[in-house]
Write a protein that binds this ligand. Structure first.
Ligand code: ATP
Ligand code: MG
Length: 560
């Protein structure tokens, strides 16, 4: 297998895999993605998904999707469904290998009985608080539980009665018998099972004892024949326990490999924190376009390709790091630039009346969607008429030196249409400009100079009579600081929420062709940014567009 393939990826994980294939420890590669169904997936999970599925693909191997549903309290069916939809959207497929750790509860219980029979596990009656106290600290060894030397018979009897529901929550645990003096706290007789009379989303009320994560995870990997169990760095100290479980039972031994989790500036990446934002109404839901969740990013207009490219670009490492949001946005712009048709949309409209253009006349300009490559570009017909909208910011009554757009007496080009000259300014009683009067040069059709005379400004425009009214949602980062957790004592990460992370524009004017915009496609509103149709709030006659990202990077400016 190693000889004929050339992996796309090459990193410390593929080095380990190569070694295993060479020394014969494994003759295949089988990974898994093991989400806990207690929230929606975020961009950090995407990194793990791309890694697990990507590595297996590179080696012609397989990847399982396994829900780590060992905690009945926080898990919900909604999450199980959204997680599957998000992984598919990212472009990965687990075929028929969808598993749940809860499917193995019976087998995990049998393995626990085996550990008890071998004298490797015991039932302990210490309370949670006593357990903590007996455990010791990093600098002090732990103490043996007074229940540690129970007989195998007594342990078997008590554990079976724990399962039968004879004891209340928290009254007993099953613990591994390892070493209370181990420098690794995870090896100080860790709890393998706890009593919890709780309803589980799949097993219902069948169980009132639930296995702990470390135990369930190692055994699930083994049961599924996972060769490489890739997880994040915080599990490095748990690896000896992972190995202990498998060695003690003498079953198939998967290799756990840890890498540093993805952290991004200006956002938070923990399901617990994201859930807080949802519950407390800081965002509209898990799929709010400002959230770092895959459902939020999808709604915002991110493509799966952009996210996969980002995951490849950041790579994997053993050392903690924080990636700049700028990098994610750079990758996104590259992706959208290549795929997005260019269209005209006026965000803040100012009416223009072309006085010498006949009132009942209209015409259409055939404009390529990709003006950089007009020969190979599809095009559409854009209507033009006597009354138009231009961008309010494209006019100044008293322009400073470097302002080349419209001003009284000045001539500019309406993109792909005509040269126009501003001949009059209409104001309301507060002195605000509400309308411009202009003339056009019929000889400049298509926006071409009729006689070689040059204009410096080129403006986008929309015919007033044909315009599609739309709501635009302009997003900014959700937090004002690169590290949202940077708060004074007693503060909270939510203190750093950006109050201006969403700006709503209600009366934007779009070229009429955008009435057939579809969810999932990206459009470049020329000079404004990349936009997509909102999948949730759009109504038949009331489109809502999300700005995925502005055209130019605003960071350089911000960080000065
Ligand atoms: P969170 O801390 O956000 O709740 P988690 O690690 O508890 O995340 P799980 O559902 O247990 O979430 O994670 C599923 C897989 O995704 C695990 O293998 C985990 O290591 C990986 N993962 C989670 N967050 C990140 C991240 N920020 N970067 C890379 N991988 C991650
Ligand atoms: Mg977790």
């Amino acid at each position: 297998m190693t000889a004929e393939h050339t992996p796309k990826r090459s990193n410390f994980i593929t080095d380990i895999i190569d070694e295993h294939l060479e020394n014969g420890r494994f003759d295949r590669v089988h990974t898994r993605f093991p989400p806990e169904p207690n929230g929606y997936l975020h961009i950090g999970h995407a990194k793990s998904i791309c890694l697990n599925f990507g590595i297996a693909q590179d080696y012609g191997g397989l990847t399982n999707l396994r829900f780590d549903d060992t905690n009945p309290i926080t898990e919900e069916v909604e999450y199980v469904e959204s997680i599957q939809a998000d992984i598919r959207w990212l472009g990965f497929d687990w075929d028929d290998r969808l598993y749940f750790a809860s499917d193995y509860f019976g087998q995990l219980y049998e393995y626990a009985l085996q550990l008890i029979r071998q004298g490797s596990a015991y039932v302990c009656d210490l309370t949670a608080e006593e357990l903590r106290e007996y455990r010791g600290t990093l600098t002090e060894p732990g103490r043996n539980s007074p229940y540690r030397e129970r007989s195998i018979e007594e342990n078997l009897d008590l554990f079976q009665r724990m399962k039968a529901g004879e004891f209340p929550d928290g009254s007993r645990t099953l613990r591994a018998k390892i070493d209370m003096r181990s420098p690794n706290l995870n090896l100080r007789d860790p709890v393998l099972y706890r009593i919890l009379h709780a309803h589980h989303h799949r097993t219902g009320d069948e169980w009132c004892i639930y296995p702990m994560y470390d135990y369930a995870h190692a055994l699930s990997d083994s049961i599924e024949g996972i060769t490489h169990s890739i997880c994040t760095l915080e599990f490095e100290d748990h690896r000896p326990l992972y190995d202990w479980c498998l060695d003690e039972l003498g079953i198939f031994h998967s290799q756990q490999i840890e890498f540093a989790r993805l952290n991004l500036t200006y956002t938070v990446m923990s399901k617990r924190r994201l859930l807080q934002l949802v519950r407390e109404g800081y965002v509209s839901g898990w799929d709010d376009p400002r959230m770092p969740t895959l459902s939020g990013m999808r709604r915002r207009g991110y493509t799966p390709e952009a996210i996969r490219t980002f995951a490849e670009t950041v790579g994997v490492a053993k050392a903690h790091s924080v990636i700049d949001m700028e990098l994610l946005e750079h990758v996104l712009r590259d992706d959208l630039n290549a795929r997005s048709p260019r269209v005209m949309a006026v965000v803040e409209p100012l009416k223009v009346i072309i006085e010498n253009y006949p009132e009942d006349q209209e015409e259409h300009f055939e404009i390529p969607y990709f003006p950089a490559d007009p020969e190979n570009s599809p095009s559409r017909a854009v209507p033009f008429s006597r009354e138009l909208y231009i961008e309010r910011s494209d006019f100044m009554e008293d322009p400073p030196g470097k302002f080349y757009r419209l001003a009284p007496g000045r001539e500019v080009r309406l993109m792909n249409a005509y040269y126009i000259t501003c001949t009059g300014v209409v104001k309301d009683k507060n002195g605000e400009v509400i309308e411009l009067h202009c003339t056009y040069d019929p000889e400049s059709r298509g926006g071409m100079s009729p006689d070689g005379r040059k204009v410096r400004g080129t403006l986008h425009w929309v015919s007033a009579r044909h315009a599609l009214d739309a709501e635009l949602r302009l997003y900014d980062v959700l937090f004002t600081l690169p590290n949202p957790y940077d708060v004074p004592d007693g503060g909270d990460f939510k203190d750093n929420i950006n109050p201006d992370s969403l700006q709503v524009v209600r009366d934007a004017k779009l070229e009429p062709g955008l009435a057939s915009a579809v969810v999932g496609e990206s459009y470049q509103f020329m000079r404004q940014g990349y936009f997509c149709l909102d999948s949730v709030d759009t109504r038949a006659d009331a489109p809502v567009f999300n700005r995925t990202i502005s055209l130019v990077d605003t960071w350089a400016k911000m960080q000065k």
